[in-house]
Design a binder for this molecule. Structure first.
Ligand SMILES: Cc1ncc(COP(=O)(O)O)c(C=O)c1O
Length: 388
């Protein structure tokens, strides 16, 4: 059975489907916001249904079975071990990044990120009145690497924190062990707190290996790892992350921020979904990786045939395709607005790096049918523009 069939999410309060649809009542296909357009795994749906049918939704707590499920997922899928107390839930990864910046740095401190990157990285720094240092990724013919020289310079300038996106949204890099070790060594040398956003950790394409910062908890004590089932299982609307910190002082600072900012135990449905995801859905995750891999192949083949000028970054992980549309000589603000007339949405690359104007991001976490229909519409837009 195909678990990745089309799912019309229109008018279900899905931001991706309802807030961006423009004039389209029906027949609209979004490829923007990073969630998936097929159902979550059946064990998760069944467990949530059962809980709903029980009918009581009072104050909850998390027990050992939840902790065991999370710790086992870390050791089974990411190959690092954690002890009880070293990890705890928070209401999502963006929330965890806010906690990190607030709890582990001070006003005006310098925080380093590497653009192009998920736009909320800018918000967590600006909203907390910290100084953003952008150590841009280096794009060599569509392959992105880190600028380690620039990173060291930023650290020499007194940066207090580095937020790493691992794997990296939007360029799809799964950082190698060698690259991760260089990051850890530099952070250690300059005593920079390292925060790793690992929300895309489970979506890894063939031939690539994910290296979690969880492996380095013993090597460096200024480390915070932010994991989440949100992207993998399409449960971002339930709001959950699991934060890993080995250093007790750092952990207490984050616990304090969590108490002050959220004052709650995590959502009942979120922790239930996570526990089931991490105990009953390994095969589904592997099948999803295969499905995403096939969608990337469809995308590459489609553009190779119809628009060979399109430069597509070769994804190693995530379900996000990063497209350089400089051949069109139209900026990405225009492109993302205009493709809506053809019944699709894309994400504007300019939001991931204000200096970029030629890039768009296309989300491939959808059925084969949705992707193929969307690509045809995208092509019609491109052909019309080329003829105009
Ligand atoms: C790198 C990255 N971090 C965090 C998030 C959002 O995390 P959450 O929904 O858990 O707050 C996203 C969503 O696209 C993302 O790509």
């Amino acid at each position: 059975m195909n678990a990745f069939k089309s799912l019309d999410r229109s008018y279900t309060n899905a931001r991706k489907w309802d807030l961006e649809r423009g004039p389209f009542e029906d027949d609209f296909l979004p490829f923007s916001i990073a969630d998936s357009d097929y159902k979550s795994p059946k064990p998760i749906i069944d467990a949530l249904k059962k809980r709903v049918e029980h009918g009581a939704f009072g104050y909850n707590y998390i027990d050992e079975s939840y902790e065991k499920a999370v710790a086992n997922w870390f050791s089974r899928r990411y190959h690092f071990t954690v002890q009880k107390g070293e990890f705890f839930p928070a209401p999502g990864v963006v929330a965890a990044l806010y906690l990190a910046v607030k709890g582990l740095t001070r006003k005006q401190d310098k925080v380093v990120i590497q653009t192009p990157v998920y736009p909320r990285f800018f918000d967590v720094i600006h909203d907390n009145h910290r100084e953003l240092i952008d150590n841009k990724l280096v794009n060599i013919n569509g392959h992105y690497t880190m600028d380690f020289f620039g990173l060291e310079e930023a650290f020499k300038q007194g940066a207090k924190m580095f937020i790493l996106c691992n794997p990296h949204n939007p360029v799809g890099r799964v950082w190698t062990k060698h690259e991760i070790e260089q990051v850890v060594n530099l952070c250690k040398k300059y005593k920079v707190t390292l925060v790793s956003d690992e929300i895309h950790a489970d979506i890894i394409l063939k031939g690539h290996e994910f290296t979690s910062l969880g492996h380095y908890l013993d090597d460096y004590d200024q480390l915070m790892v932010c994991t989440s089932p949100n992207k993998t299982f399409n449960i971002a609307g339930l709001h959950l992350s699991n934060i890993v910190i080995r250093n007790p002082k750092m952990r207490e600072a984050i616990h304090h921020e969590l108490r002050v900012s959220h004052n709650c135990t995590p959502n009942l449905f979120a922790t239930l979904a996570c526990q089931v995801a991490y105990t009953e859905c390994d095969d589904w995750v592997d099948a999803q990786n295969h499905h995403i891999e096939q969608n990337f192949k469809r995308l590459y083949a489609f553009f190779k045939l119809h628009v060979p000028q399109m430069k597509i970054t070769k994804a190693e992980g995530t379900y996000l395709a990063w497209l350089d549309m400089s051949f069109l000589k139209k900026d990405s603000i225009y492109i993302t607005k205009k493709v809506m007339d053809y019944g699709i949405t894309l994400s504007d690359g300019n939001k991931f790096d204000p200096d970029l104007k030629d890039f768009v991001r296309m989300n491939l976490a959808c059925s084969k049918d949705q992707l193929e229909a969307g690509l045809e519409r995208f092509l019609n837009f491109i052909l019309d523009e080329l003829q105009a």
